[in-house]
Write a protein that binds this ligand. Structure first.
Ligand code: HXC
Length: 257
């Protein structure tokens, strides 16, 4: 399938999705979001794919929702179409999605990156929620996810002032898992994704589900949920193979990957 606003490329067991509206710094228009959703659907349905990398250009992961597209909308328009609800497809992806962020990740771009499972940042990455400068506020989870990532003080400052965070601050604050040189970002993201894709997919999915539960439940409920999933992993053929391979001092040959 060919898209207008994204590029897709399968690298081994990894699905690579690259936002590609260079003239608008990958501003997230409705058509781009529909294409992103279609690409995620396709990779999710593809049994050969074990992980997905979402990236942008060197200058911009995404500079936010498309301001020119939003400008004419009325309250009735956004309310009736439940504007932005289509953006959350990535949060329902069962396979791991890594955001590889270079350059600007602003507004909806920062929110999209935070919807992924983890963020690898290039040295030039800049994260921000500048909606306040447009007379509005984040609408795709920015006030909620950023606060969970970096705490109230930093999230509040960023949402109230629109100040951007550079990669080092973002790593210190726990927003990104690692910083890489710009030229190495994509290769490293693909390498990490490939390493995840080589593991047993059902156990990867269980681990992802359990970590995500930490954001939705109390500690007691989360630990109980984790234990049930841990018990469930004992039903996997791959779990037996993983433990057998360890005792036989060899690499595991997972079937479900
Ligand atoms: C539409 C955008 C855009 C955006 C950039 N462009 N961001 N178009 N929507 N969010 C366009 C510019 O209009 C310009 O097009 C081209 O991309 C290059 O941008 P410049 O501003 O010329 O580049 P530069 O001087 O390098 O500045 C980069 C920038 C700036 C700092 C990222 O573009 C900027 O501040 N962009 C807006 C960031 C923002 O406010 N994002 C939040 C959006 S609201 P032309 O045609 O003029 O060359 C949002 C709400 C989310 O995301 C709600 C829920 C999803």
């Amino acid at each position: 399938m060919s898209y207008k606003n994204i590029l897709v490329d399968t690298r081994g067991a990894v699905g690579l999705i690259q936002l590609n509206r260079p003239k608008a710094l990958n501003a997230l228009c409705a058509e781009l979001i529909e294409e992103l959703n279609a690409a995620l659907d396709a990779y999710e349905a593809d049994p050969e794919i074990g992980a997905i990398v979402l990236t942008g250009s060197e200058k911009a992961f995404a500079a936010g929702a498309d301001i020119k597209e939003m400008l004419p909308k009325s309250f009735q328009d956004v309310y009736m179409e439940d504007f932005i609800s289509r953006w959350e497809r990535v949060t329902r992806c069962k396979k791991p999605v890594i955001a590889a962020v270079s350059g600007y990740a602003l507004g909806g771009g920062c929110e999209l990156a935070m919807m992924c499972d983890f963020i690898l940042a290039a040295e030039n990455a800049k994260f921000g929620q500048p909606e306040i400068n447009l007379g509005t506020i984040p609408g795709s989870g920015g006030t909620q996810r950023l606060t969970r990532f970096v705490g109230k003080s930093k999230a509040m400052e960023m949402c109230l002032t629109g100040r951007m965070m550079d990669a080092e601050e973002a790593e210190r604050a726990g927003l990104v898992s690692r910083i890489l040189p710009v030229a190495e970002l994509l290769d490293e993201a693909l390498k990490v994704a490939q390493a995840i894709a080589a593991k047993s997919l059902p156990s990867v999915m269980m681990a992802k589900e359990a970590v995500n539960a930490a954001y939705e439940t109390t500690l007691t409920q989360g630990v109980r949920f984790e234990r049930r999933l841990f018990h469930s992993s004992f039903a996997l053929e791959d779990r037996r193979e993983g433990m057998t391979a360890f005792s036989e001092k060899r690499e595991p040959q997972f079937k479900n990957r």
